[in-house]
Each structure stands twice: as structure tokens, then as C-alpha cells.
Design a protein around this ligand. Structure first.
Ligand SMILES: C[S@@+](CC[C@H](N)C(=O)[O-])C[C@H]1O[C@@H](n2cnc3c(N)ncnc32)[C@H](O)[C@@H]1O
Ligand code: SF4
Ligand code: SF4
Length: 439
């Protein structure tokens, strides 16, 4: 029988020989010596005896296919089929809400995509608007367990709204409208006094504190309006939170200047600040890619990830979701993140700005291409679902090792760069997927 390597077969050296990966079936294959030597022998199409176990194993895994087989664009077709099914799923909901309590901030970080700085007349959310948004969000999630992220600007500037939201969610749970809920606040930590910290800990509101490492590196970008570094004030907030019984979860922002320091930053956060969890923000998209080089980010994330694993610290960064997708062989059909991974109806994230506008994108919110003025049921917003499942015809993605794992190019990236692939995303995922597979 004449066979060839499937166009969806990818091989990478590993400690034990070769790891083979079928990017269509998402199956990972650790071959024995005979299978490896057959694989290497078949760099160009050749004859094999399908009765021999090593040939049968590679044929069964569709890593080898008949040489005359037309493989078409099966990954693209599979993804578009799954996306069509998700689009017509009547149980789709917005189960995760990032709500900006204020666009204002007491800091003026150099890289801030939110463009926050106090003093300027940026919008703050009124209590009336907040109540309407929460009422809508609870209504979207009847019988479910919605998740809220208080965001900004600096959300702790509007701490009363956090108390109000907590009360509304508790009442909704007591009344049986929702099953449960989770809350998180992303903060620069500088305003966290003892009383606020006790409230957050007592109410299970998870605090994620943005900090970019030791004083010098953090204060390079994270500064008050007068240019003074915020490190000392953030550390005081962290201490108050810890004294109240909170576990430190840090969120690092990488820039072209600090990206290669990420492993040292993570080491510092774990050893010096006893961080229990470390996260890395996804770089902001630009018309040319990401604000940070995708290849450098992949190197930095890999080292930081290994270090966290060795020290038993939970690590979240772009690319860490690859493991659960591979383990469950679930394609990333949603271009952003579907919290249920399509299992019980798509569950989307959305963003509400301080002026009450709904954005389907959790990053971009001042653009009519991804926002709606009204808050009603997701079922009345086909644009939301379309945003998450655009059709992708780029054949480069069909045979890419990350074809069903990268989720890209995301709608925002496509919108910003005229539909082209985001080269930083590609560099990043093409480095990350083999690295994960080799482990
Ligand atoms: C916009 S801030 C709002 C919450 C709060 N003020 C804080 O700093 O945590 C949320 C997160 O976005 C991060 N961020 C801001 N600008 C960014 C950028 N250009 N690229 C990636 N992350 C960024 C911040 O460092 C922070 O971790
Ligand atoms: S503290 Fe947060 S919102 Fe404020 S400027 Fe820095 S990153 Fe932006
Ligand atoms: S890494 Fe690039 S080429 Fe590969 S699937 Fe993602 S967007 Fe497509």
C-alpha cells in the first residue's frame, strides 16, 4: 500500500524519540522505535505493509494516509461546523461579566489600554446604571452560576458599587434566581485598606493584584499621576489583604522591555511575596500583531510556567489553556473564550463600560463594531454570537499545529488588521503547542 504523511501530522523530538500529533483528531502519539523509524523513512510517499504493527498504528492514528487521499481542508470545515452549531444553540448566554465601575484611576501606568487617569472627566458608573446592568446580568443567568469581574480604571475607587453588587447577587441566590455566583476584583491594590480587605475576604471576592515584579521593574510603568512609583502603596494593600486572610494572586503585564524578565519576575513574586497564584495578561492587539513579540512571549511563558509547576504555584497565561483542550480533545471554537468549552451551551464573556455600554469583546469597548447600547437577552443579539464565531478561510490555519487550539485569529485582531492573521499570535502558538506536546 502506498502511503504519505497526513498534512495534519506534526512530529517533534522528545526525550524518548518523537512525539507525533494529529492536529485534526487532536490525538497525541508517542511512537516506539519501529514506528519512529517508519515515520522517518516516509518523508516522501512510499510503500508499507499495512499488516505490520508499526504501519497499522500510524494508519489507525491517521498520521499516515493513502497517498492518493485528497485531504481537503478538514480542520477549517470541522471548526466552521462546530461554530454553526454553537451559533444556533438557544442556550447561549453571557455568563461572565467584566464590569468597569469607573474609567478613572489613581495611577497612570504607561501601558494602560484602559487609558485611565484621574482628574480627567472620564465616566464613572452611577448606582442606577450599575443596578440595571446587574439586573440584566442576573436575568441572563437564571438557574446558573454567573461570574463577575469588577474592573476599571481602578474599581476600588467605587467600592460602594462592589458592596452593592455583592448584595444583589446574594439576594438573587437567596431568592433562587441564580444557583450561585463568583466575584473577582482586578485592582492595583493601592487603595486596599483593612476594612476593604476584610469585606472582600469575608464575601469570597477574589482579589487579583496587578504588580509587575520588584520595585524598580514595577515602578518603571506602574506610576501615580505625579510619576512616583506605586510599588510601596501596592505592597501595603497586599499586606492588608493578607492580614485579613486573603491569598495573594498577582497579575503581571509584559511589555517589550520586561518580557524576557518574566521568569525572574515570577520567581520574585513567589519567593519574596509568597504569591499563591500568578497570572500574565494577554498582550493587547495592534494593527501589526501584539504589543509584545509572540516568539519572545512564548519563551518567557514557558520558563515561568515550569518554575510555577516546580513550586506548586498556579499559573495562568496566554497558552496555558492548551493543556485542558488537548486533554479533553476539545477544539477551541470560540475565538475568545467559551467558559464551558461548548459543553453545556456557549457561555461568553462580555464587558460593560462605566457608561453602561455592552461590548462583546472583553478588551475593546469604545467601538460601535463590537458594542450595543441596549442590554437585553443575548438571543436578541445575533451580532454577539457572530462576533465569537466568525468564519475563517485561511488555509494556513487548516494545517497549522495550533489549528484547533489557538482560537485565532480573534475577531478583534481581524477587525484591527483588516482580516489578516496576527503574526504574533501565530509565532506564539506555534511555539507553545509543540512545547506542551513535548511534555
Ligand atoms: C486596565 S487594569 C484595570 C484594573 C486595575 N486598575 C489594575 O491595574 O489591576 C486591568 C489589567 O490590565 C492590565 N493592562 C493594562 N494595560 C495593558 C496592556 N497594554 N497590555 C496588557 N495588559 C494591560 C493591567 O496591568 C491590569 O493588570
Ligand atoms: S492601575 Fe490599572 S487602570 Fe490604572 S492606569 Fe494602571 S493599569 Fe490602568
Ligand atoms: S497560530 Fe496562526 S495560523 Fe495557526 S491556527 Fe492560529 S491564527 Fe491560524
Amino acid at each position: 500500500m502506498k502511503v504519505k504523511r497526513s498534512k495534519y501530522a506534526h512530529a517533534f523530538p522528545s526525550e524518548f524519540g518523537l512525539v507525533l500529533f494529529n492536529s485534526l483528531t487532536m490525538e497525541v502519539f508517542d511512537g516506539n522505535r519501529l514506528e519512529m523509524s517508519l515515520w522517518e523513512h516516509l518523508e516522501t510517499p512510499g510503500e508499507v505493509d499495512p499488516g505490520r504493527p508499526e504501519a497499522k498504528a500510524l494508519l489507525d492514528s491517521q498520521l499516515l494516509v493513502p497517498s492518493d487521499l485528497e485531504e481537503g481542508t478538514k480542520v477549517l470545515r470541522r471548526l466552521s461546523q462546530l461554530r454553526r452549531e454553537s451559533q444556533s444553540n438557544r442556550d447561549a448566554r453571557i455568563g461572565y461579566l467584566r464590569i468597569s465601575l469607573t474609567e478613572r484611576c489613581n495611577l497612570a501606568c504607561s501601558y494602560c489600554f484602559a487609558g485611565a487617569s484621574s482628574g480627567v472627566a472620564l465616566p464613572q458608573m452611577s448606582q442606577g446604571c450599575f443596578g440595571r446592568v446587574f439586573e440584566w446580568f442576573i436575568g441572563e443567568n437564571l438557574g446558573n452560576s454567573p461570574a463577575i469581574q469588577y474592573f476599571g480604571g481602578e474599581p476600588t475607587l467605587e467600592f460602594e458599587l462592589i458592596r452593592f453588587g455583592n448584595e444583589m447577587l446574594r439576594t438573587a441566590r437567596e431568592n433562587g434566581r441564580i444557583d450561585n455566583f463568583s466575584q473577582m476584583v482586578v485592582t492595583n491594590g493601592t487603595l486596599l485598606d483593612c476594612e476593604a480587605c476584610h469585606f472582600l475576604v469575608d464575601n469570597d471576592i477574589v482579589v487579583t493584584c496587578s504588580i509587575d515584579g520588584w520595585k524598580e521593574i514595577n515602578d518603571h510603568n506602574r506610576v501615580f499621576l505625579n510619576g512616583a512609583g506605586s510599588f510601596d502603596a501596592t505592597l501595603r494593600g497586599i499586606e492588608n489583604y493578607r492580614k485579613a486572610g486573603g491569598l495573594l494572586r498577582c497579575l503581571v503585564t509584559v511589555t517589550p522591555k520586561n518580557v524576557l524578565l518574566l521568569p525572574d519576575i515570577v520567581r520574585y513574586l513567589i519567593f519574596e511575596l509568597s504569591a499563591a497564584e500568578v497570572g500574565v495578561n494577554a498582550p493587547q492587539p495592534t494593527p501589526d500583531g501584539w504589543e509584545v513579540d509572540g516568539g519572545l512571549l512564548a519563551c518567557a511563558v514557558q520558563q515561568a510556567w515550569l518554575f510555577c509547576n516546580e513550586n506548586g504555584v498556579c499559573f495562568h497565561a496566554p497558552g496555558t489553556h492548551i493543556v485542558s483542550l488537548l486533554n479533553s480533545r476539545t477544539p477551541q471554537t470560540d475565538r475568545c473564550f467559551d467558559l464551558e468549552l461548548g459543553r453545556s451551551g456557549p457561555n461568553f464573556g462580555a464587558y460593560v463600560s462605566a457608561s453602561g455600554k455592552l461590548s462583546f469583546c472583553t478588551v475593546w469597548h469604545n467601538d460601535t463594531r463590537c458594542t450595543e447600547d441596549r442590554l437585553t437577552s443575548i438571543r436578541e443579539y445575533p451580532r454577539i454570537i457572530q462576533w465569537h464565531y466568525p468564519y475563517n478561510e485561511d488555509e494556513e490555519c487548516d494545517t497549522c499545529v495550533a489549528g484547533q487550539l489557538c482560537g485565532g485569529p480573534c475577531s478583534l485582531e481581524m477587525m484591527l488588521n483588516g482580516g489578516r492573521l496576527n503574526r504574533d499570535r501565530c509565532r506564539f502558538f506555534r511555539a507553545m503547542v509543540p512545547w506542551v506536546l513535548q511534555r
